[in-house]
Design a binder for this molecule. Structure first.
Ligand code: PLP
Length: 373
């Protein structure tokens, strides 16, 4: 039986989500900007979806903006904020060095536009400490971006403290919650964050749909111009079916709060099985501040691609968690930021479990890894 253990990369569409989406791919094809009945029904579906996402965060529906992805949401948060404040007294961005590429790749553009960008270091456990933010923040800081939980190693940051420090310093706080949305209580991030990026496909929703929470007063400038959709913040006809799917996936996750504890128990059984393999070195020493489905490790002397090819031959999907360009895996910028050498960083393997993973899956992956000589 094939084993899919790459849920941090993406998750399968929940059949119940597909069911919710189907009418909007078929008979309910109206454009939500149209005034006729078809349009009004599509608009109503969008409004309902916006309410679901807003309620999941504790936000007001008018603070939710749908995008094409988590990537677009983060780009809008950073670049849109930069456009809005260009020429102002605050001209510095602080970005955590282990952010997702959708944040890090904004740095060059920000510099081109005359902003200063500084990267915040993290600990060996992949945590960006609130203390570090406190040390670096100043009255020239416009925006700080520190993700809620890291996609590669799964480390969870103290976003409440970080957000509070930002608020006190008068800087905006962007929190990438793509990996944690519905998995961790978001009140922590929500109370203090001004901008939160979300994505549907990590929670059994469709790919190509994301959302940005922007607190009233912290709305960025739009990057996409056109028909003024999403209250002038993100032009382009909305992906109605996708957005309905995003809301359905969110609802299902919130209705099943035990989901992540089940995932955690599968992950823990995997860690236990893998700990018997003396060649394996876990990347993190502590498991309390780690997402429930993540397990990250190395087999010293074995490149990630060798291990992944072996697993793939056995029908097991795992990941290096790092960018893959022209068939070879680049050393992970996350592991480098955590202080691993380039050689070690090229050995990192991420196994990420999901709601339908089983202990048998965990056992099978551990067995397949034991075969590596
Ligand atoms: N941020 C994090 C932490 C992610 O893991 C991802 C997806 O891998 C993204 C942002 C980008 O989201 P999307 O795939 O919807 O563009």
């Amino acid at each position: 039986m094939p084993v899919y253990a790459d849920h941090a990369a993406t998750t399968p569409l929940d059949p119940r989500v597909l069911e919710a989406m189907l009418p909007f791919l078929q008979e309910e094809y109206g454009n939500p900007s149209s005034v006729h009945a078809w349009g009004r029904r599509a608009r109503m579906a969008l409004d309902e979806a916006r309410e679901v996402i807003a309620a999941a965060l504790g936000a007001h529906p008018q603070e939710i903006f749908f995008t094409s992805s988590g990537t677009e949401a983060a780009n809008l948060a950073l670049l849109g904020t930069a456009l809005k404040h260009r020429g102002g007294a605050r001209n510095r961005f602080l970005l955590a060095s282990l952010e997702h590429h959708c944040v890090l790749e904004c740095a060059d553009r920000l510099r081109e536009w005359g902003f200063e960008v500084e990267f915040l270091p993290c600990t060996r456990e992949g945590e960006v400490l609130a203390r570090t933010v406190e040390e670096k923040i100043s009255d020239r800081t416009l925006l700080v971006s520190v993700m809620h939980a890291n996609n590669e190693v799964g480390t969870i940051n103290d976003v409440r403290s970080i957000g509070r420090i930002c608020r006190e310093a008068g800087a905006l706080y962007h929190c990438d919650a793509v990996q944690s949305f519905t998995m961790l209580p978001l009140e922590d991030a929500f109370e203090w964050a001004d901008l939160i990026s979300l994505s549907a496909h990590k929670i059994y929703g469709p790919k190509g749909v994301g959302g940005l929470f922007a607190r009233a007063g912290a709305f960025p400038k739009p990057l996409l111009l056109g028909g003024g959709q999403e209250r002038e913040l993100r032009a382009g006809t909305e992906n109605v079916a996708g957005i309905v799917g995003f809301a359905a996936a969110t609802k299902l996750a919130l209705e099943d709060p035990g989901r992540w504890e089940r995932v955690r128990s599968v992950r823990d059984s995997f860690v236990e099985a893998l700990a018997r393999n003396r060649r394996v070195q876990f990347t993190l020493a502590q498991w309390e501040k780690v997402l429930p489905g993540h397990a990250h490790f190395r087999i010293p002397g074995r490149k990630a691609e060798t291990v992944l090819i072996h697993l793939d031959r056995r029908g097991i999907a795992a990941s290096s968690g790092a960018a893959c360009s022209s068939g070879s895996i680049e050393p992970s910028h996350v592991l480098l930021a955590m202080g691993f050498s380039p050689e070690e960083a090229a050995e990192g393997i991420r196994v990420s479990f999901g709601k339908d993973s089983t202990r048998a899956d965990a056992e099978e992956i551990a067995e397949a890894l034991a075969e590596i000589r």
